[in-house]
Design a protein around this ligand. Structure first.
Ligand SMILES: [Zn+2]
Length: 262
């Protein structure tokens, strides 16, 4: 019975998003994706996650569960929000196996280190990263799951600015890559930092990371002001009630030479 339930749960969790697969703009999107492996999925349940793994990953389970629960405590505490469901966390042993995922066929392209999808609040990532980077990646993607829950994408009518989602996720991950901080300094020196109200999409910048980094910087600025004034953080359940009346979020998948969480 337990095995049958696990099989049904796995079938639901791994069901591809039909709306995305059937998008008329890209009728062959993902259809030529090569599948090398039939993964034998199992479920490991923790306080806040359902971790989907296959037997070759079992030795990593406790470590990943520890990272995920630590990330949950951090993000939940900072955003003052709890999730009413366990987050499906789908892990792959290697990046090449991650690229065979079929949750959003074609999303795990080269250069993408992980992703979260808003329809069923699933997180997908490979494990072949150094421990500190892996923890940050989990924190980044988990922040998106919180964002999806606080600002339901099905109820709002336009895109959230990309900097808001990605800047928030990078801020919660709590780390500045030296190259990233350099892009912010360069933008400031070149006087090309746009007004917040104009920061839509990738902001017209050639470097897709810049909008992430400017968003990250905005959150840091807000946090430092907040610590002085004790005002509310940028995204909370309270502020989302205003936002959810008028905005819709969509996910974008930038490509770059560096692997990055999106
Ligand atoms: Zn992201």
């Amino acid at each position: 019975m337990r095995a049958a339930l696990a099989a049904v749960a796995a079938a639901i969790v791994f069901a591809p998003l039909q709306a995305i697969a059937q998008t008329p703009m890209v009728p062959y999107f993902g259809k030529n994706q090569i599948r090398y492996t039939n993964f034998r999925w199992n479920i490991y349940t923790t306080d806040h996650f359902e971790i989907y793994f296959y037997p070759e990953e079992e030795q990593h389970l406790e470590r990943i569960a520890g990272y995920a629960e630590s990330a949950y405590q951090h993000v939940s505490s900072d955003l003052k929000h709890d999730l009413a469901f366990k987050v499906p966390l789908i892990i792959f042993k290697t990046s090449s196996e991650f690229q065979q995922e079929n949750v959003i066929p074609g999303a795990a392209v080269e250069g993408v280190a992980a992703f979260a999808e808003p329809e069923r609040d699933r997180m997908l990532l490979p494990l072949d990263e150094p421990p500190d980077l892996l923890y940050r990646t989990i924190t980044h993607e988990l922040t998106h799951i919180f964002q999806f829950d606080i600002i339901p994408t099905s109820l709002i009518r336009r895109n959230l600015p990309l900097w808001l989602n990605e800047g928030g996720a990078d801020y919660e991950a709590g780390y500045w890559d030296p190259l990233d901080i350099m892009t912010v300094r360069d933008a400031a020196v070149a006087d090309i930092v746009p007004k917040m109200s104009e920061m839509e999409g990738y902001g017209g910048f050639n470097n897709p990371r810049l909008i992430y980094n400017l968003g990250h910087a905005c959150y840091e600025r807000s946090a430092s002001s907040r610590s002085a004034t004790r005002s509310a953080p940028p995204i909370t359940a309270a502020t989302s009630r205003r936002i959810r009346r008028r905005r819709r979020s969509s996910r974008r998948f930038p490509r770059s030479r560096r692997r990055q969480a999106i």
